[in-house]
Design a binder for this molecule. Sequence first.
Ligand code: SAH
Length: 346
Amino acid sequence: MATGKKDIRALTKEQLREFFVKEGDKAFRGNQVYEWLWQKGAHNFEDMTNISKETRQKLEDNFVINHIQVDQMQRSSDGTIKNAVRLHDDLIVESVLIPTKTRTTACVSSQVGCSLDCKFCATARLKRMRNLNPDEIYDQVVAIDNESRLYHNRPLSNIVFMGMGEPLMNYNNVIKAIDKITSPEGLGMSPKRIVVSTSGVPKMIKKMADDAVKFKLAVSLHSAIDEVRTSIMPFNATFPLNDLREALQYWYSKTKNRITYEYVVWDAINDKRKDVEALVEFCKFAPSKVNLIEYNPIDDGEFQQANSKAIDMYVSVLEKNNITVTVRRSRGKDIDAACGQLANKS
Ligand code: SAH
């Protein structure tokens, strides 16, 4: 949309109030418009029915509302919903609604494509096109919340930043979006219900700790042996496990928040005793738990999920060492909505 007008949602409430004062109106008008934009999710200035026609025209002349659009919605047989979301510049990202008996979780994207190069992830093949703005992240959550109410008769309960992109490579915008999601002027959601998942950018993990963020942290570990991890997640050569470990210790010392490690066990890659032993050692540095996630094939067959014997070995060794471990089944596979499958196929 090359109108040259400013996206009104890039303005803070204070800036909106100032705009109205400059236009000879009351500052309070800024509050009203802000509420329309964020709490009521208005897509158009015409929707703002308690604002006079002249004022709406003034807004129209100065601003645009760059709202996302759900281009396509796919529903899985297990209740999972995947949205293909069109941005104002026609790029597409995907977000997913995952219902269980007790919760509805939104899995949202933070970048178009991804900056990282994990060999087992479909999004990595798209390369990073750009970072999402705070409002583009926020809008994905609102869209999923609406779908949750419509199809599952309940509001959204949890959010995971496990869609496309590396959230810590778009840190400022992710934080701004979370501020809005948790603020009473936005969705008023508790930060404890939000998980930011990262491949592990040590410097940014430390920054999060310094910023005293209140959401939870998950790290996609997949191997606690540098050589193995670098072979499947090449950026590990730049951010080796030692640096990651040190950053996670710092995180725990500051936040006292336990860390979740996401981990896929693959055949002939990390399915041996030495692999789980290295993981046990890694888990000792800071209180943590391990989520063993199912591998979702991304079609060239290079990676195969390990057999159930290997998974059982992981579970028993971890449990023997008093490390909490859960085994997660994938959701939404039939519509390519599971972890690592988001690649704008359609
Ligand atoms: N960049 C962030 C968030 C996106 S990936 C991160 O790395 O954490 C979300 C999760 O899906 C990560 O744990 C990732 O390792 C995992 N994942 C990626 N591809 C996968 C695949 N094909 N099967 C299963 N999990 C995968």
